[in-house]
Design a protein around this ligand. Structure first.
Ligand code: B12
Length: 222
């Protein structure tokens, strides 16, 4: 059992989607995340073990490399693709309630801001970490975040902003969320931000990249 889970973790970390995938060249012709997930299920390995010991483990390794500047955006995108291929096989178990998400993370880019590459990477890594991710997209008005919190009680919210001009919009969004739902944990991120700015606008946390975001969620024990 340990062997197949480790092979699967390597596929996620390396972005090996399935047997037909030619990326990465060093794994050409080998089974990928899709086949190994199907085999693991056939062998009777519980879906929650496949998720925790292979998929989350693999995503966490690539997320850490990204934080350490040893992997880059395309690597993370390939890992997310492999993760999605594996999740296709696990989805029925999550939908039936046999396996549980660790929590819900509502993410979006604040009003006036169209940048979504960083936000999408954070969403992928957090999803890879076992969370249900609700992505509200870009240019999201504060009221849409408030509505999503109503729909997903107990969720954590992630806000992204890439422009100095939309940092003001982030400030407004945090205030609106805290008025409507003071206990909702709000994490912010984006290139122009600092932890000082996050504290000033009343956000609960600032994280610089996807793996730190996931580490923070894990540390919250949600
Ligand atoms: C790609 C890009 C665009 C694309 C966006 C496409 C898309 N789908 O996202 C397009 C062409 C649409 C665009 C438009 C504009 N852009 Co632009 N854009 C960029 C660029 C080149 C890259 C941004 C990016 O994707 N980086 C890669 C990702 C992975 O990094 P990231 O977003 O920082 O995300 C990481 C972290 O910040 C963090 N993170 C991000 N979000 C979150 C959220 C949470 C919760 C957490 C925990 C972490 C987190 O994790 C990510 C991964 O590590 C930057 C310059 C640069 N080199 O950064 C300019 C830049 C951001 N843009 C800029 C500007 C000015 C604009 C425009 C105003 C240009 C114009 N005059 O029209 C418009 C604004 C449109 C709008 N209303 O939003 C400026 C912003 C300056 C400023 N400080 O305000 C920059 C810095 C360029 C510059 N040097 O002038 N842009």
């Amino acid at each position: 059992m340990a062997d197949i889970l480790e092979q699967l973790a390597i596929c996620i970390e390396s972005g090996k989607v399935n047997a037909d995938a030619t990326y990465p060249p060093s794994m050409k012709g080998q089974d990928g995340a899709a086949e190994l997930t199907a085999s693991a299920l056939q062998q009777g390995i519980p879906p929650k073990d496949i998720l925790a010991k292979a998929l989350i483990a693999g995503m966490s390794r690539i997320g850490q490399k990204f934080s350490d500047h040893k992997a880059f955006v395309p690597d993370l995108l390939m890992s997310a693709k492999a993760m999605s291929a594996a999740m296709e096989h696990l989805k029925p178990y999550f939908e039936s309630g046999e396996a549980q998400h660790l929590g819900t993370f509502v993410i979006g880019t604040v009003q006036g801001d169209m940048h979504d590459i960083g936000k999408n990477l954070v969403g992928m890594v957090v999803e890879g970490g076992g969370w249900k991710v609700v992505d509200l997209g870009v240019d999201v008005p504060p009221e849409d975040f408030v509505a999503a919190i109503g729909k997903h009680p107990g969720c954590v919210v992630g806000l992204s902003a890439l422009l100095t001009t939309t940092m003001a919009s982030m400030d407004m969004t945090v205030k609106r969320i805290k008025e409507a739902s003071p206990d909702t944990f709000v994490m912010v991120g984006g290139a122009p931000l600092t932890s000082g700015f996050a504290a000033k606008i009343g956000a609960d946390a600032y994280e610089p990249d996807p793996q730190h975001a996931l580490n923070r969620l894990s540390a919250m024990g949600a």
